[in-house]
Write a protein that binds this ligand. Structure first.
Ligand SMILES: [Zn+2]
Length: 360
């Protein structure tokens, strides 16, 4: 069979575009392909639809000769690159840890057959992995680092070992150790954890973010409100960590002398009926709110707003026309769910974000 990889996956480069609108269009295309497969009646239709899906279609027709099918290799690298650059979007649209690890294992096994450009891309991926929190399957990048190691890679790792961010320094230090120590067993997930333990550290799981609303509830992220005195933007936050005493919440305004402190016994929620919304402690109107589609679009702060946007962009369309929205970080009301409302919501989010100074 002729290689039709470009015809099947040429659009997929948009998955790693810097332009959110292009990525968005690619996500919708992928969702459409998934719907087409769900609608398949015959086995042949199902297989044809699978060939066009990510990651399913990556395996078709070219296994295992890595070096002989450069086009297939490009799209396999693209899949890895996507996981690296946009892990959230990757996770909701085409997550397959098994594909990630098998791809990396195959590159590792066939490293001697790989042409120069493939080694370069893989080396870049190893370095990108240093630059972001450790993820499932990353031990395969450590294995690759050992077989790809050259002076340039060692130099880059040494530079990253001086990075301002502690996580980057640690991951670079780990890889430097893995690459430079002869006789070390092949990297496993436990090896990275042991490396941290020897430095007296344990890793906070990167995949499990606290839900944004419980962070707001605990006062760990500031809530943007309208100051009751000057109507400027002020921040509500919890000044003391939760403990035996009731936590003190404060709202100092940076534009005027207004300041208030409360140790709330209860916190008040908001009505979701389109009326104005307030912070849970001082009941000051939230800064980020505006009418939208006959309801009210609002967020406690910029992080909350961003979480809403991510989830609007990340949801997966279901075959019956409904939408599945992953809700581990934010829960969205039903009125936000229809896909045809999404552009209006995204425009509203952009308008709200524009009211917050860049430093906030
Ligand atoms: Zn004020």
């Amino acid at each position: 069979m002729a290689d039709d990889m470009d015809e099947r996956f040429g659009w997929a480069w948009d998955l790693i575009s810097a332009d959110p609108a292009r990525r968005d269009a690619a996500h919708l295309r992928l969702d459409g392909l998934r719907m087409a497969r769900a609608a398949a009646v015959t086995r042949q239709e199902y297989e044809e639809a699978s060939r066009r899906l990510l990651p399913d279609g990556l395996w078709t027709g070219s296994w295992p000769g890595l070096a002989r099918v450069p086009r297939a290799v490009r799209y396999r690298l693209l899949y890895l690159d996507w996981e690296m650059r946009f892990p959230h979007e990757w996770a909701w649209h085409a997550k397959s840890w098994r594909t990630k690890t098998s791809l990396l294992r195959t590159f590792h096994q066939h490293v001697d057959e790989l042409s120069g450009w493939i080694r370069t891309v893989l080396t870049d991926l190893v370095l990108l992995a240093v630059d972001r929190p450790h993820r499932l399957g990353d031990e395969r990048y450590a294995r690759l680092a050992r077989v790809l190691a050259d002076d340039a890679l060692r130099d880059r790792l040494r530079e990253l070992g001086e990075h301002a961010d502690e996580g980057v320094r640690l991951r670079a230090g780990y890889l430097t150790w893995v690459v430079g120590t002869r006789g070390l067993p092949e990297p496993k997930p436990s090896q990275w954890r042991e490396y941290l333990m020897r430095q007296g550290l344990t890793e906070q799981p990167a995949e499990r973010h606290l839900p944004i609303l419980s962070q707001v509830d605990g006062g760990r992220v500031p809530i943007l409100v309208r100051c009751p005195r000057c109507a400027g933007q002020a921040e509500v936050a919890c000044a003391t960590p939760p403990g035996p005493d009731r936590a003190a919440w404060r709202v100092p305004c940076s534009h005027c002398p207004h300041t208030a402190t409360r140790r709330p016994e209860f916190k008040q929620g908001n009505r979701w009926d389109g009326s104005a919304v307030y912070d849970p402690v001082f009941r000051l109107p939230l800064w980020l709110q505006q009418p939208c589609a006959g309801r009210r679009l609002w967020a406690y702060g910029t992080g909350h707003l961003e979480a809403i946007e991510q989830h609007l962009r990340a949801r997966v369309r279901l075959a019956d026309g409904g939408a599945y929205l992953p809700a581990y970080q934010v829960e969205l009301p039903d009125w936000m769910m229809p896909l045809e409302r999404r552009d209006e919501l995204l425009a509203g989010i952009a308008a709200l974000r524009a009211t917050v100074p860049a430093t906030a």
